[in-house]
Design a protein around this ligand. Structure first.
Ligand code: PEP
Ligand code: MN
Length: 342
């Protein structure tokens, strides 16, 4: 159920509706939009009768929501959500007219590697740095990440270069630490349906970047975001990173058609990760162009200054010398769509 308020509804009127919803043991989620506020209701196990809400002052109507997701839905909010990521170098917007470029190594390996890459990223004019301190690896014998010392290196990157930090949490313990050190918490593909982790991310005070599971349907993807939002964290961005198919020439199949499909159903920003989506360096630039052309709100690109020595995902990491071409091309493509890159 969604309660649609009048455009001029007052704070008190919105509060009164929320109080009524919460008096029934349900959770009210006021979602402000540019023209009106809608109030989502979660916590009900079946149909609920809240017809009396229609007579509350300031209420336009109560709409039953037939889709399984509510808060992520365009029904709850017509216009695109724009996330405002606070970084020492200023605020970075993701969504709306803004296309965000996020770059960094797959894993934080050591101080020299981290600083060398961060320096090149900052010099290229990017504002968001992503690197993993906790790596969910297929093999227990592969490099698992530096853990908290890796987060400390990320904090150093923020301090030294003014970059915003995005890094992955793989469980509750690492999420507590990631929330402390990072500007954005990444939930990886393998954890897209780790529901207790999603709920914990929903209670976090930082924005969440949620990657699509490698075999997740669109509904499952959106329901994962719903888990985060249902706990009260509305700062969620989605990320397509490729799905498993019979392709024998790429690591995954980058499913770009999901971008307009998400945009039709949801107001949340959706980014594209062409690195994991293809697994090959030479495919990153062409798929980055395509992702921006199809309407992605940002790119998440892996980069390494010495990819042949990388402890993870070197094959799909571009070189810092490829930044200039990437940036110039996606700026031009974004401009055709009346958007700008930041
Ligand atoms: C990553 O971003 O480095 C990563 C492990 O990605 P994914 O969760 O998409 O596999
Ligand atoms: Mn990686």
């Amino acid at each position: 159920m969604l309660v649609v308020m009048q455009s001029h509804a007052t704070e008190e009127q919105i509060r009164a509706v929320c109080d009524r919803i919460e008096s029934l043991g349900l959770k009210a989620h006021p979602i402000p939009g540019s023209s009106r506020t809608a109030i989502g209701i979660t916590g009900n196990r079946g149909a609920i009768d809240l017809s009396d809400l229609e007579s509350f002052p300031g209420v336009v109507e109560c709409i039953p929501v037939s889709k399984p997701y509510k808060l992520v839905s365009r029904d709850a909010k017509e216009e695109d959500t724009i996330l405002h990521i606070r970084t020492p170098g200023g605020e970075v917007q993701i969504g709306g007219q803004c296309v965000a470029l996020i770059a960094g190594p797959c894993a934080i390996e050591n101080e020299a590697q981290t600083m060398a890459i961060a320096e090149r990223i900052a010099r290229a004019g990017f504002h968001l740095f992503r690197g993993g301190a906790y790596k969910p690896r297929t093999s227990p014998y592969s490099f698992q990440g530096l853990g908290e010392p890796g987060l400390k290196l990320l904090a150093k990157v923020r301090e030294r270069f003014g970059l915003g930090i995005i890094t992955e949490a793989i469980d509750h313990e690492s999420l507590d630490l990631v929330e402390k050190y990072a500007d954005v918490i990444q939930i990886g593909a393998r954890n897209m349906q780790n529901f207790s982790l999603l709920k914990r991310a929903g209670r976090a005070k930082k924005p969440v970047l949620l990657k699509r599971g490698m075999s997740a349907t669109l509904d499952e993807f959106l329901m994962a975001a719903e888990y985060v939002m249902s706990e009260g964290n509305y700062n969620v961005m989605l990320c397509e990173r490729g799905v498993r198919t019979f392709s024998d020439f790429s690591r995954n199949t980058l499913h770009l058609a999901v971008v307009p499909a998400v945009k039709k159903r949801s107001h949340l920003p959706i980014l594209v990760d062409p690195s994991h989506g293809t697994g090959k360096r030479h495919k990153v630039l062409p798929l980055s162009r395509a992702a921006v052309a199809v309407g992605a709100d940002g790119l998440l690109v892996e980069v390494h200054h010495q990819p042949e020595k990388a402890l993870s995902d070197g094959m799909q990491s571009i070189l810092p010398s490829e930044f200039a071409e990437l940036l110039s091309e996606i700026q031009q493509i974004a401009a055709v769509l009346h958007r700008h890159v930041n």
